[in-house]
Design a protein around this ligand. Structure first.
Ligand code: THU
Length: 148
C-alpha cells in the first residue's frame, strides 16, 4: 500500500460504494441553498464505519458568509461522531464539475489527507481523485483527528 508523506494509507473504496455516494451527493444538490450564485452543490462523505453524511452549500444575503457543501457535510459527520472519512462525492452543474475549493480541501484533509474524492455533474460519469492529488501538502499539525 502506498504511503503519503503524512504516513496515511491511500483509502480503498469500491466503485459501487462511490457510485452510491455520488447518488447521495446528487440528491443533496437538489436541496442546496444557493439563491445568490445559482450554483447548487451537493456533497456526501463516507465515514470509516460505512455511514454517509450529506452537505449542501448554504449561501447568505451577506455573500461572503456562504458555506460550501463539503464543509457542511464534514460538520454533519463530525456532529454524529465521525473522526475518519474515506471518501467524499461532490455534485454540481459546473463544466467541468467542481472539485472542492482550497478551503474545503484543507478541511477534508483534517479527517484523511488521502481520502478519495469523486466529482460529477447531475448525472453521468464522474471523475475520481485522491485528496493528496488535489492538496499535496496540507497543514496537519499533528493530525489530531486521525492519529497521524
Ligand atoms: N461551492 C461549494 O459548495 N463547494 C466548492 O467546493 C466550491 C464552491 C459553493 C460556494 C457557493 O455557494 C457557490 O458554490 C459558488 O461559489
Amino acid at each position: 500500500m502506498t504511503e503519503s508523506a503524512a504516513g496515511e494509507p491511500a483509502a480503498q473504496v469500491k466503485e459501487a460504494a462511490l457510485a452510491k455516494l455520488m447518488d447521495a451527493a446528487r440528491d443533496a444538490m437538489t436541496r442546496a441553498y444557493a439563491p445568490y450564485s445559482g450554483f447548487p452543490v451537493g456533497a456526501a462523505v463516507l465515514a470509516d464505519d460505512g455511514a454517509t453524511f450529506l452537505g449542501v452549500n448554504v449561501e447568505n444575503a451577506s455573500y461572503p458568509l456562504a458555506v460550501c457543501a463539503e464543509r457542511t457535510a464534514v460538520g454533519t459527520a463530525v456532529a454524529a461522531g465521525a473522526r475518519r472519512l474515506l471518501a467524499v462525492a461532490v455534485a454540481s452543474r459546473g463544466e467541468p464539475p467542481a472539485t472542492p475549493c482550497g478551503a474545503c480541501r484543507q478541511v477534508l484533509a483534517e479527517f484523511n489527507p488521502r481520502l478519495v474524492v469523486v466529482v460529477g455533474g447531475p448525472s453521468g460519469p464522474w471523475t475520481r481523485y485522491t485528496l493528496d492529488q488535489l492538496l499535496p501538502h496540507p497543514f496537519l499539525h499533528g493530525g489530531a483527528a486521525h492519529g497521524v
